[in-house]
Design a protein around this ligand. Structure first.
Ligand SMILES: *Cc1c(COP(=O)(O)O)cnc(C)c1O
Length: 395
C-alpha cells in the first residue's frame, strides 16, 4: 500500500486544477500584455482569475498580486513593510520563533541591514498569544508578521485577535498563510489582515505559483524589476496556466472546506490517539488549535531519518523535523523553539494528511509506525542506555 502523508510539503493536484490549466496551454496562450485579441483574451482570463481569488479571500481584485509562490510573497510583504517603516524611522519587526525559513531568513537579512527583530517565544502551549504581540509592539514597530498555521507542528495562531491588536496600534500585519489557505476559513477584512501570502501547491494546485494579498493603501516594493505586470509590482509575463490552476484548486478547496476538514480531522485524531500509545513519545504542537491534517510526534531514542527510510519501505511517505537529510546536523528550529532538546528533536515524525487519504491508509500507518519505532529502538545504543538507567528518559 502506498500512503502519501506529506501534504504539508506539497500536495497532489486536483482534477479540477489540472482541467483549468489545459485551456491556457491550447487556447489562452496569448501574452496578457499584447494588444491583439489573442492577448486580450488571455488578459480577460487573468483578470477573471484575480476577481475569483479576491472573492475567495474577501478582498478587492486590485489587492491581489500573483507571485511564484509562498516564498516570494513572504519576501515581498516583509521587505515592503520594512522599506516603508525605514522611511518613517521605524525599524522594529515582530515575528515568532517558529516561522518558515522564507520569513526567518528574510528577517535575518533585514537584521543585518540594521532592523531590530523580536521573535516571540512559542514554548507555552506550542503557540503564541495575542497578548504577547500586544506587549511586544513599540513606537518604532513597522511590521508584525506571524504565520497563520505552522507547517511542522500544526499550531493555528490567533490571527483575528493579532489582527485586531495591530489595527488598533496602527502597525501593518502580515501573515504567512501558506498552510492555512484552503484548509481554514479565511476572510482578510474580517480578520484584520493587511498582507497575506499563499501558495497553490499546498492546496492541490500547481507548484511555482502563489499570491500576495496587500491591502489598498500599503505600498509594495517590487523584488523584480521589468515590465508593468501586476500593477507594476511584479514584473514578468504572468504564469496564466498556474494562476488558473491555483484559482480552480482554491475554489474547490473552499467549497468543500468544512466537509474535508471534518474528514481529515477524524483521521488525524485516530492517528494521534493511536501513536500516543507508543512509550516515551510526545505530541508536538497545539493540541486544540491545530491544522486538520497535522500529526507531529517526537519519539525518544531514535533518529527521524531512519524512521522515514523504514516507513518508506512500508510504502508511507512522511517527513521529519530534523534536517540531516539536507546536510544540516541541527534539528528543526521549530522543534527547538517549542523547547524540545536536541536528542528528542532528532526523533521526530510529521504525518500530514489530505482528503485524498483513506481510513485504510490510517490503519496501515497505525500498524507500521509502532513496529518501526520498536525495531529502531531495538538497534539503538541510546535506547539501551535509557533502559539500563545509564541515561534518564526525557519523555
Ligand atoms: C511551503 C511553505 C512556504 C513556501 O511556499 P513555496 O510556494 O513553496 O515557496 C512558506 N511558508 C510556509 C508556512 C510553507 O508551508
Amino acid at each position: 500500500m502506498q500512503v502519501y502523508a506529506d501534504n504539508a510539503a506539497t500536495t497532489r493536484m486536483s482534477a479540477a486544477a489540472i482541467g483549468a490549466m489545459m485551456p491556457c496551454f491550447e487556447e489562452f496562450y496569448g501574452n496578457p500584455s499584447s494588444l491583439h485579441s489573442i492577448g486580450q483574451q488571455a488578459k480577460e482570463v487573468l483578470e477573471d482569475a484575480r476577481s475569483r481569488m479576491a472573492a475567495l479571500l474577501g478582498c478587492e481584485p486590485r489587492e491581489i498580486y500573483f507571485t511564484s509562490g509562498g516564498s516570494e510573497a513572504d519576501n515581498q510583504a516583509i521587505i515592503s513593510a520594512a522599506r516603508l517603516g525605514a522611511r518613517k524611522g521605524k525599524k522594529h519587526i515582530i515575528s515568532t520563533a517558529f516561522e518558515h525559513h522564507a520569513v526567518l531568513h528574510t528577517l535575518n537579512r533585514l537584521e543585518k541591514e540594521g532592523f531590530e527583530i523580536t521573535l516571540l517565544d512559542v514554548k507555552e502551549g506550542h503557540n503564541i498569544t495575542a497578548a504577547q504581540v500586544k506587549d511586544a509592539i513599540r513606537e518604532d514597530t513597522c511590521l508584525v508578521t506571524t504565520m497563520y498555521a505552522n507547517n511542522e507542528i500544526g499550531s493555528i495562531l490567533p490571527i483575528p485577535e493579532i489582527g485586531a491588536i495591530c489595527k488598533e496600534a496602527g502597525v501593518p500585519f502580515h501573515t504567512d498563510a501558506v498552510q492555512a489557505v484552503g484548509h481554514i476559513a479565511i476572510n482578510v477584512k474580517e480578520q484584520n489582515i493587511d498582507m497575506l501570502s499563499l501558495s497553490a501547491h499546498k492546496f492541490h494546485g500547481p507548484k511555482g505559483v502563489g499570491a500576495l494579498y496587500c491591502r489598498r493603501g500599503l505600498m509594495l516594493t517590487n523584488l523584480i524589476d521589468g515590465g508593468a505586470q501586476e500593477r507594476g509590482k511584479r514584473a514578468g509575463t504572468e504564469n496564466l496556466p498556474g494562476i488558473c490552476g491555483m484559482v480552480a484548486a482554491l475554489e474547490e478547496a473552499v467549497a468543500h472546506l468544512e466537509e474535508n476538514a471534518a474528514k481529515v480531522t477524524a483521521m488525524r485524531d485516530r492517528l494521534i490517539t493511536g501513536l500516543s500509545q507508543i512509550p516515551h513519545c510526545a505530541l508536538n504542537g497545539d493540541a486544540v488549535n491545530r491544522l486538520p491534517g497535522n500529526v507531529s510526534f517526537c519519539f525518544e531514542g531514535i533518529e527521524g531519518e531512519s524512521l522515514l527510510l523504514l516507513l518508506d519501505m512500508y510504502g508511507i511517505s512522511a517527513s521529519s523535523g530534523s534536517a540531516c537529510t539536507s546536510g544540516d546536523l541541527d534539528p528543526s528550529h521549530v522543534l527547538l523553539a517549542i523547547g524540545r532538546v536536541h536528542d528528542v528533536a532528532h526523533g521526530s515524525l510529521r504525518l500530514s494528511l489530505s482528503h485524498y487519504n483513506t481510513d485504510a491508509e490510517i490503519d496501515h500507518i497505525l500498524a507500521s509506525v509502532p513496529a518501526v519505532v520498536e525495531q529502531l529502538r531495538g538497534m539503538s545504543p541510546v535506547w539501551r542506555d535509557l533502559q539500563i538507567g545509564k541515561r534518564t528518559y526525557i519523555l
